[in-house]
Structures are given as C-alpha cells and as structure tokens.
Design a protein around this ligand. Structure first.
Ligand code: NAI
Length: 319
C-alpha cells in the first residue's frame, strides 16, 4: 500500500484514455475525480464507465475486488477545476495531444497544487522537457504513458523531465503497481519513448515488405499475431534471443553476422502515404460489411482477447 492509497486521484480530461484511467484507479480502491472542460462530456463519461463496468462484470472481467456499485461510488465527475483539484495527490492529465494545450493546462495546474501533488501526463509522444519546463512544481512532474486500452494492457512508460525528483518517479511507480499496471522507468526522455520506437520499427518494415511485394498486408499481420506475437506476449525480444541460444552472448555469436547482413538491406523511412497506404487500407477492410460496424465489432473482439490474455498472464505468473 502506498501513502497515496485511498487519496484523491484527479483525472484531467474524460475522453477515451481518461475514462480508462478512472476505471483502473477505481478498481484499485482509489477515489477518483474525473474533470473535463465540457460538462456533458463528464456526464457521458460516467454513464459510459458504468456501462463498461457492468459489461465487464457480466463477462467476469471486472478488475479488483470491489463491486460495480462500490467502484462507481469512488468516481465523481466535475467541470469545476478548483473542486476537481481539491485534495488531489496525483493528477493524470488526459487532454488531446497538443503541446500548446498541455503547456497551458500544466501552467494552470501549477498554480493550484501543493508541493507534494504529482502531476502526470498521458502523452503518447510529447517531450516532458517541452511540457513541464519552467513550472514551479517541475520536480513533481512526470509522463505516465499508458497503452490503449489501459484496462487490458498494463504497460505504463514513466518518463521524467530532467528535473523530476527521484521520489516522484518512485511514488508513481509504486502507485502504478498498486493499481495492477506494469510500469517501466525510462532513465531519460527519447523521442517516441520506448514502446512507440519499437512499434514504429515494426510498422516500417511491415510497410517495406508490402511495398516490395514480398508479402500481402493480411499475411504480414499473421507473421506477427501467429508468430512473433505469440512469444512477445510473455517474453521481450532480448529474452527471446537469450532462450534461443545458450544465453544472449551466445545468440549474438551465432546470429549476429546474419542479423547485421539483413539489417543492412532495410530500406529508408517510408512516406506513410500514397499507393502502399491505399493497398494496406483496402486489404484490411472486410468488403462484405459496413465500415463503422466492422471496426466496432473488431475492437470489441480485440478487447475480449486482451482481457483473456491478461487473465492467462496472471495465472502463468502464479505458476
Ligand atoms: P480524447 O479526445 O478521447 O479525450 C480528450 C478529452 O479532453 C475530451 O473529453 C475533451 O473534452 C477534454 N478536454 C479538451 N480540452 C480540455 C481542457 N482544456 N480542459 C479539460 N479537458 C479538456 O483523447 P484521448 O484519446 O483520451 O487522449 C488523451 C491523451 O492520452 C493524449 O495525450 C493521447 O496522446 C494520450 N494517449 C492516447 C492513447 C489512445 O490510444 N487514444 C494511448 C495512450 C496515450
């Protein structure tokens, strides 16, 4: 239990990610104040959260030990900034990905918080230096980048500003563990953080393989979901290599030359537009069904798969 437990968590922005954070914190027994500049958005968020929780309950996937009603009683909505910030020990910002907007919001928050409140951003790729520079409470500022949907995918990348206190990183790390997420600490910021740098390397090569007509878009996805992804759900690329030889050094000795040869054939950074984008897009739509319907259905299926995988991973950890 951290010293933050049972304290107020403020979620700043009640869109897709804000709602998910609210659910994750409530599942861990924290009181959550969900704030949004748009009043109707707060009302819609609370209704949506209840519906999501009830669906999760029905499918046996509700997180935590509290009932839906107990978790809902921990979440309150507000469109008044001062009320929402009251007693908040941890603020998770979830407004749209705009540096100017986030800078404006952090300057505002900076005026109202005390010296112990942690100010955390959900940003996917904005630099902590640019977002937090010059703030009075910069030592308390951090990025806690979730993966969509955070309710099912536990990774959180913690990225400090150069002036962030070690205590801020440690408290945030413990808090994330406490609510069942899997935090990792970046020692310094790097463009795209780590998850997206790895993801972009994969997307680029998938693009080039389709562009060079080596493989179809559907099949490149199968290489990942039925091949690499099978082990990556449990092991990272480094441990995978470690196990595929007699340790990582042995792997490098055996395969290093071959890896370097193949990497030397990788093409330039793709444009991410034009004919290849059209080809991939066309291949991914199911031509038999309406577009909106199929995206919704597929997202729902993805979430179900992820929640089952999360359950399996938890069971495997106990073994
Ligand atoms: P969203 O557009 O669904 O929600 C943003 C919310 O912020 C809206 O409810 C909006 O009314 C509110 N808002 C806008 N201006 C505001 C203001 N001045 N004060 C208070 N509230 C305000 O956005 P989403 O997808 O939830 O993204 C939020 C953050 O999370 C972004 O920084 C994004 O990069 C990051 N993120 C998003 C992921 C995703 O897959 N959607 C994954 C990981 C991080």
């Amino acid at each position: 239990m951290t010293d933050l437990q049972k304290e107020n968590i403020m979620i700043f922005g009640s869109g897709l990610i804000g709602r998910s954070w609210a659910m994750v914190f409530a599942s861990g027994g924290f009181r959550v104040k969900l704030y949004d500049i748009v009043k109707e958005q707060v009302t819609a968020a609370l209704e949506d959260i209840r519906k999501q929780m009830e669906d999760l309950k029905k499918s046996g996937m509700l997180r935590g030990t509290l009932s839906v009603n107990e978790q809902m009683s921990l979440i309150s909505g507000s469109s008044d900034l001062k009320t929402a910030l009251e007693d908040a020990v941890f603020i998770q910002e979830c407004v749209p990905e705009s540096l100017e907007l986030k800078q404006k919001i952090f300057s505002e928050i900076d005026l109202h918080v005390n010296d112990t409140t942690i100010i955390s951003s959900s940003t996917s790729c904005l630099s902590p230096t640019k977002m937090f520079n010059g703030l009075k409470h910069v030592k308390n500022c951090i990025v806690a980048h979730p993966v969509n949907p955070p309710y099912y995918v536990p990774l959180v990348e913690l990225v400090p500003h150069p002036e962030t206190d070690v205590a801020t990183v440690e408290k945030t790390y413990t808090l994330m563990k406490n609510i069942g997420q899997s935090p990792v600490k970046l020692m310094k910021e790097t463009d795209g953080f780590v998850l997206n740098r790895l993801q972009y390397a994969v997307i680029s090569e998938a693009w080039r393989l389709v562009e060079d007509e080596v493989i179809s878009p559907r099949d490149v996805d199968i290489v990942m979901s039925e091949g690499l992804g099978m082990r990556y759900a449990f092991l990272g690329p480094l441990e995978t290599a470690h196990l595929n030889a007699e340790g990582f050094k042995s792997y490098c000795e055996r395969y290093g030359e071959g890896i370097k040869r193949v990497l030397g054939t990788f093409g330039p950074v793709p444009e991410f537009s034009g004919k290849v984008a059209e080809k991939i897009d066309e291949a991914l739509w199911d031509q038999q069904n309406d577009k909106n319907g199929q995206l919704e259905a597929r997202r729902e299926w993805r979430n179900t798969c992820l929640s089952h995988l999360a359950k399996l991973k938890n069971e495997m950890k106990k073994n």
